[in-house]
Write a protein that binds this ligand. Structure first.
Ligand code: BV8
Length: 220
């Protein structure tokens, strides 16, 4: 299962490219690149500290809960690869989740490269729990950076019988290319999205509508 911002939209987490999305509020170049962080670290810290704070005010929706139920039935045969940096899959009960673009609730030390649970707003420069240097950045994969867990993801795509994409525009690589890889290795492919994504033609089947309705119906 590949998920994107659309699966969290009905929880009240803004998506990136819809009209009121995050990218509208903040230009991509302003926040989600290493260059932006080097140029304006405080702006970038504030952007992620705000999103982390907003996360405390939202709850998983029926789509997240349906995937957690699916994991109860399928166990290790199921893997959720999410592009999202929120923790809604985990809060709904999913445990087999790979955050390929990192996580809001994690911090990365620029000194020792250690990831650690976020403890306080990074704009306050908390020290790294491992090396003590106060150079913690958001543990988020920015444009131009290498996504996490690519080996495990590629292995899962090789073995998948079924690849389902939920709530993503198919605009960002390498995630947008996973459907083609899965199909080339023989998997069936299904898109569940509010509207056709940029990659919709690569899917054998597509259903369009809100994830909060589509995903529970498909899981049942
Ligand atoms: C990399 C973390 C090398 C930060 C993010 C030219 C051509 C091709 C590629 C490139 C290129 N130039 C540069 C690249 C590479 C670049 C890229 O793809 N750029 C794009 C813009 C062209 N990619 C990278 O730089 C990546 N790194 O390539 O490294 C490499 C690769 C592999 C191996 C080795 C080396 C790193 C990209 C990661 C960037 N970080 N996020 C943060 O969160 O702040 S990306 C960001 O956009 C999000 O994380 C998200 O993952 C991603 C995509 O957004 P979506 O999740 O799809 O959300 P979006 O708003 O776009 O769409 C929402 C969808 O939901 C819509 O379709 C909507 O219809 C639907 N929806 C809305 N409501 C609902 C719904 N669906 C159902 N129900 C609803 N209620």
């Amino acid at each position: 299962m590949l998920t994107g911002a659309g699966i969290s939209a009905e929880s009240g987490v803004p998506t990136f490219r819809d009209a009121d999305g995050l990218w509208e509020g903040h230009r991509v170049e302003d926040v989600a690149t290493p260059e932006a962080y080097d140029l304006k670290p405080t702006t970038v810290h504030r952007f992620y500290d705000a999103r982390r704070a907003a996360l405390l005010l939202v709850e998983p929706n029926q789509a997240h809960h349906a995937l957690a139920r699916l994991e109860e039935s399928f166990g290790e045969q199921l893997l959720v690869v999410t592009q999202n940096i929120d923790d809604l899959h985990e809060r709904a009960g999913s445990s087999r989740v790979l955050h390929m673009h990192g996580e809001l609730n994690s911090a990365l030390c620029r000194g020792c490269r250690q990831r650690s649970p976020w403890t306080s707003d990074l704009v306050d420069h908390p020290p790294c729990p491992r090396c003590g240097v106060s150079e913690l950045r958001p543990d988020v994969v920015w444009f131009g950076e290498i996504p996490y867990e690519m080996e495990r993801i590629h292995h899962a795509l090789l073995r998948a019988d079924l690849f389902v994409s939920i709530g993503t525009s198919g605009a960002v690589y390498p995630a947008a290319g996973f459907v083609q890889a899965a199909a080339s290795y023989g998997a069936r492919t299904l898109e569940l999205n509010l509207q056709p994504s940029e990659g919709t033609d690569f899917f054998a089947e597509a259903r369009h509508g809100p994830a909060g309705e589509l995903v529970p119906a498909w899981v049942e």
